[in-house]
Design a protein around this ligand. Sequence first.
Ligand code: AMP
Ligand code: MN
Ligand code: MN
Ligand code: MN
Length: 278
Amino acid sequence: MIWQFIMNVDLHCHTTASDGSLSPAELLQLAEQRNISMLSITDHDTLDAYSQIDQLDLPLRLIPGIELSSKWRKIGVHIVGLNIDLQDPTIIAGAALQTKTRRDRAEKIAEKLAGMGFKNTLDAARARALGGQIGRPHFAEHLVAIGAVKSSQQAFKKYLGAGKIADIKACWEDIETVTGWIKAAGGTAVLAHPSKYGLTRAKLTALIGDFKDAGGEAMEVISGQQTPALTVDLASLSVKHQLLASCGSDFHRHHTPWAALGRVAELPDNCIKIWSRW
Ligand code: AMP
Ligand code: MN
Ligand code: MN
Ligand code: MN
């Protein structure tokens, strides 16, 4: 398997602590099978996976991380924090605030869905979250289960995705605040999957400028499976804006080849790899 020789760094993935389907232990097992040598678990707005891991006996270098939801000009933007101090009170308080925000947001999402004729989606989504962070994917899975839509993708397209009726994002803190939490915890703030916000080049440049002003130091040049042309483009953006380059699969579950754990192309040579600073 050629990937095992090329790629051994994956700095973005999810577990059952948020919207992933593998437990932290199962994820680490898969990471070992795929010969990953450096891994960060970056669950949405929680560090809980790390309290479920015995950090003393790991076959790889585990970089403590988190993916924080935020907003920028009314757009939902994700900021990954890497190499953070898991004991830092600021990031712990930040994650606690985000957890509460997610719970409150879930109620609002359920209200919007009720308005569309889907009753009692809150309990169903909570059950699907298995005690972890509740998010839109759990509502999407429920809508699939009751036959309202054919796939999660379709649930996002019709109800939950950007600009749709049950897309509630006003609740998130701004990028300065969440970047501040990461920096307080000694971490590196990374602009996650920059190509996935549907921004024009001018707006993306403005976002990168504001992110840097907020203390952001890196961007994901590779997020899952992407075209070589996009990789070249994002690599040159990282060089132009003097941001460190990160890479990750954004793995959530099996059978999603576009986001497979450890199957991430190498960063181009012109980038400065984020781990060179750790
Ligand atoms: P939330 O964290 O609740 O805002 O939900 C965002 C998450 O939903 C992302 O991290 C993805 O895991 C998932 N997601 C976003 N867009 C889609 C989509 N179009 N289809 C399926 N899942 C999606
Ligand atoms: Mn997710
Ligand atoms: Mn994300
Ligand atoms: Mn993610």
